[in-house]
Design a protein around this ligand. Structure first.
Ligand SMILES: Nc1ncnc2c1ncn2[C@@H]1O[C@H](COP(=O)(O)OP(=O)(O)OP(=O)(O)O)[C@@H](O)[C@H]1O
Ligand SMILES: [Mg+2]
Length: 406
């Protein structure tokens, strides 16, 4: 059974035998036709015609000495139509030298001397058939891989297009939402200041202690709302990178003194010591005064907000040839390692909660980080853990890189 299968499989191979001696042709045909499809030609001319008509030929056996064209010459010509076929040449001893010379050029796999040994030829053919089959299955495998690759690439490109489309839609949607949100926040500004003015006017008109107390109680939520609106508008502007810094020489010592002066009442109210410890010769830096003030206001405000009464907030600074470093250190509630990872993100209210009922939206440090980055500076947060205080360190370069001419 197995033998039969092999025989049928081998029959898939086609051998062309070329010899001008009918006796040899017949003998080879008889011997091989059991296993292979055999075509015969009695001259090189006839063989070339057969090659044209039979692209499936995969083994060519040729005699060397034939009238008209030698075997070597014929086999060289056969390369044009059948470059991948296997070639065998049969030669008389007298022609061996010229055959050997042409072996490589005609890409001949085997040569056999006359008188021919049929068994040897059969063995050679079997080897060549195995080689051809192996080659063929490799080619098929490579084709399959190429096809699979092509399909995968096609799928990827389709998915990429879909994703790009979805992303574009999402962006448009986000933009629309953002625009709507900005308008809403912006439009809160006027009613808020109207409310504040109304409170002041009512205060002037009504001379009643209870009304005055209610009006003063309205100040805190009004402040919180105004701060929130202001923060959100700042974030929107910073994110859209519309905020072009107004760079000028900034005296950080003066700026920090102004901040400390403004926060002193808040610190005093919570019985927190606010200490400013600066070297005398802090060099000026290049920056946007208003934005840098926002940075240190936020850090000092956080220091006070996240430190229980009786604690301390200390601001120190140092400078070298390139930069000024300011550290805001508190003895407050501290931060966990997880907090430290998220602390500069948007809307991050972490494990530390305000210790004096202050408001907390989680935008301050996000804004701080943006502003420091816009100044080509760096900010880091450190804490040895809950209850062990926190330190925020800002490093700002003395010079800002020259703006690219647009
Ligand atoms: N000095 C600090 N000590 C401990 N935790 C802090 C400190 N500063 C900030 N945090 C934590 O980081 C979070 C984010 O701070 P951030 O300043 O961004 O927001 P916030 O103070 O909550 O609100 P706001 O937007 O009003 O500043 C805070 O909610 C707090 O949990
Ligand atoms: Mg804050």
């Amino acid at each position: 059974m197995r033998h039969e299968q092999q025989r049928l499989q081998s029959k898939q191979h086609t051998i062309l035998v070329v010899d001008d001696e009918p006796f040899i042709l017949e003998m080879l045909e008889d011997y091989l036709k059991e296993q292979y499809t055999v075509l015969t030609a009695s001259s090189a001319e006839e063989a070339l015609q057969l090659l044209h008509r039979h692209p499936e030929i995969d083994i060519i056996i040729s005699d060397q000495r034939m009238p008209g064209m030698s075997g070597i010459e014929f086999l060289k010509k056969s390369l044009e139509t059948h470059p991948n076929a296997e070639r065998i040449i049969i030669t008389a001893y007298a022609d061996l030298e010229s055959v050997l010379e042409g072996l490589n050029e005609a890409r001949i796999s085997y040569y056999f001397p006359k008188p021919i040994d049929l068994y040897q030829i059969k063995l050679a053919i079997q080897q060549l058939v195995e080689k051809i089959d192996l080659w063929q299955s490799n080619v098929e495998l490579i084709e399959q891989l190429k096809e699979q690759n092509r399909l995968i690439e096609q799928k990827i490109s389709e998915r990429t297009k879909e994703l790009q489309l979805a992303l574009q839609k999402l962006r448009e949607h986000q933009l629309l939402q953002q625009r709507f949100f900005n308008i809403a926040v912006h439009d809160l500004k006027n009613p808020l200041s109207t409310l504040r003015i109304l409170c002041t006017e009512i205060g002037k008109l009504v001379d009643n202690a209870e009304v005055q107390q209610l009006l003063s109680m309205a100040q805190d939520p009004l402040n919180t709302m105004e701060e929130l609106v202001q923060d959100i508008l700042t974030v929107t502007r910073l994110q859209a990178e519309q905020d072009v810094l107004e760079i000028q020489p900034v005296n950080l010592a003066e700026l920090l003194q102004a901040s400390v002066y403004e926060f002193a009442p808040q610190a005093e109210k919570k019985n927190i010591q606010l200490i400013l410890d600066l070297p005398e010769d802090l060099p000026p830096i290049e920056g946007d005064y208003r934005r840098l003030k926002q940075v240190f206001d936020n850090l000092i405000s956080n220091g006070i907000k996240y430190t229980p009464p009786g604690g301390k907030v200390t601001i120190t600074a140092s400078a070298n040839q390139q930069a000024v470093t300011v550290a805001v250190r508190d003895t407050g509630v501290g931060m966990t390692p997880e907090d430290l990872e998220k602390v500069f993100g948007e809307f991050q209210t972490l494990s530390a909660k305000p210790t004096g009922g202050e408001s907390s939206t989680g935008l301050g440090l996000f804004i701080v980080h943006k502003i420091v980055t816009l100044h080509h500076g760096r900010i880091t947060a450190a804490s040895e853990g809950p209850g062990k205080g926190s330190t925020f360190t800002v490093t700002l370069p003395l010079r800002q890189p020259a703006k690219q001419a647009s």
